[in-house]
Design a binder for this molecule. Structure first.
Ligand code: GLU
Length: 447
């Protein structure tokens, strides 16, 4: 049986680091096993689902390189949910309930105040045909609950190990709303069964759903998949990420924070696993290293600073071809490999290359507070063509002439040539600045 997994986001908001980590882990799992990765949009919540969020999800996944082999949208599949719901009603596993939300709240509150778990009391199962007719004549429309079997539910979770629930400790879940719409608990199972999903890898917030859904798989005659529930990411203090979701959206990491896709992937593939987090330049490397058995049950902490540090380490390794598009998008159409290799050791984000482009290709106000020395140095500038050896040849000559060395030699030259105290190696920058500009800057002119 070939492995089939799915990533099933609800298009009700932007993808954030927590969601996209699950997409990545599913994708890595599929690629490692030579299986398929399905993107399924869980869009049956028609009030909250928006086409722009669906587009955003696709854009984010493509940006990360997480291409999908199959695509499904729940809103295309209402016919199938209706069929399964009709079959479950016919077999008595789906039963009509008439309580209002207020009545249900009162029941829950009363159970909780007695120190009992807030499990639905199945009062609706005791209604007679006449009771139901009366309720409906009062204008009530039923919602429908799935009748759980009060037997143990067990599975071997790929992350949590053996998991055990008692069916009697769970509330019969509502699968069909009063307005007739099916809910996620049902739709997800029908899809996973129809699309022959073999492994469901999702967040541990779904563990209790799994207990219920295993019984639904059995009731609809679907093969029960293998489950893996990953602990959810928290921030550095152990709080859930939900409060900061806006700033931790994939879109804002890409567009505002300047994070490279492989920085995010390198971090999220390893966070919460036994592997060290190291920069990786391709998803293939992450596939080779992936093993779901390495995912720990401990809560992984997501630290935006760690992501930025990894981004810098990735940039220091990325070849020009991999950033040419981004540089062009910044307006640096003429940037070439020599420029990129000169500046990348100094970047945490690609956009910072603009500053160094300005230093090599636009007028710079030099800091020329040692004019006599700078004039001597300028007089020794070799003729062009310049290459990576020019800096060494030139400063060797300046050193011999002036007797200066170390910081006394190099800092005034750097300040005059770049207008700054720090930056990329001058050996690399000097040929990009060129002789005309260099000479003027050494003379204190803005050039
Ligand atoms: N749409 C659900 C969610 O985003 C999918 C959960 C699942 O993977 O089954 O939580």
């Amino acid at each position: 049986m070939s492995v089939a997994v799915r990533f099933a986001p609800s298009p009700t908001g932007l993808l954030h680091v927590g969601n996209v980590r699950l997409a990545l882990v599913n994708w890595l799992f599929a690629r490692k096993a030579g299986g398929t990765f399905l993107l399924r949009l869980d869009d049956t919540d028609e009030e909250r689902s928006k086409p722009e969020y669906a587009e955003g999800i696709e854009r984010d996944l493509i940006w990360l390189g997480l291409t999908w082999d199959r695509f499904a949208r729940e809103s295309d599949r209402y016919g199938r949910y209706d069929e399964e719901a009709a079959a479950l009603k016919a077999s008595g596993r789906l039963y009509p309930c008439y309580e209002t939300p207020e009545e249900l709240n009162l029941k829950r509150a009363s159970l909780v105040s007695q120190g009992r778990p807030p499990i639905y009391d199945r009062a609706a199962l005791r209604l007679s045909d006449a009771d139901r007719a009366r309720l409906e004549s009062e204008g009530r429309t039923p919602h429908w609950r799935f009748k759980l079997e009060h037997t143990p539910v067990e599975w071997t979770d790929l992350v949590r190990g053996p998991v055990h629930f008692e069916g009697s400790a769970l509330s019969d879940p509502v699968l069909i709303r009063e307005d007739g719409r099916p809910l996620y608990t049902l739709t997800s199972v029908v899809d996973d069964a129809d699309l022959a999903i073999t492994h469901v890898i999702r967040g541990e917030d779904h563990v209790a759903n799994t207990a219920v859904q295993i019984q639904i798989f059995q009731a609809v005659g679907g093969a029960v998949p293998v489950f893996a529930h990953l602990p959810l990411l928290t921030d550095a203090t152990g709080q859930g990420l939900s409060k900061r979701l806006g700033s931790l959206s994939v879109a804002s990491l890409r567009e505002e924070e300047g994070i490279e896709p492989m920085a995010l992937a390198s971090l999220l593939a390893k966070l919460g696993t036994s592997d060290a987090i190291e920069p990786r330049l391709t998803l293939d490397e992450l596939v080779a290293e992936f093993d779901i058995a390495k995912v720990s049950r401990a809560t992984p902490k997501f630290d935006p600073e760690e992501l930025l540090r990894l981004n810098a380490r990735i940039l220091h390794l990325l070849p020009f071809e991999r950033v040419a598009g981004e540089l062009a998008a910044l307006g640096l159409d003429d940037a070439d490999a020599a420029f990129w290799e000169a500046v990348r050791p100094n970047l945490s984000r690609v956009a910072e290359a603009r500053d160094w482009w300005a230093v090599t290709h636009a007028p710079v106000a030099p800091v020329a507070d040692d004019p006599v020395f700078l004039a001597e140095a300028a007089a020794l500038l070799p003729e062009e063509p310049w290459d990576l050896s020019t800096w060494g040849t030139w400063t060797g000559a300046v050193k011999a002439r002036t007797g200066r060395k170390g910081k006394d030699l190099f800092l005034p030259l750097r300040r005059a040539l770049t207008g700054r105290d720090h930056g990329p190696e001058l050996k690399n920058l000097l040929p990009l600045i060129g002789r005309t500009r260099a000479q003027k800057r050494l003379a204190g002119e803005t050039a």
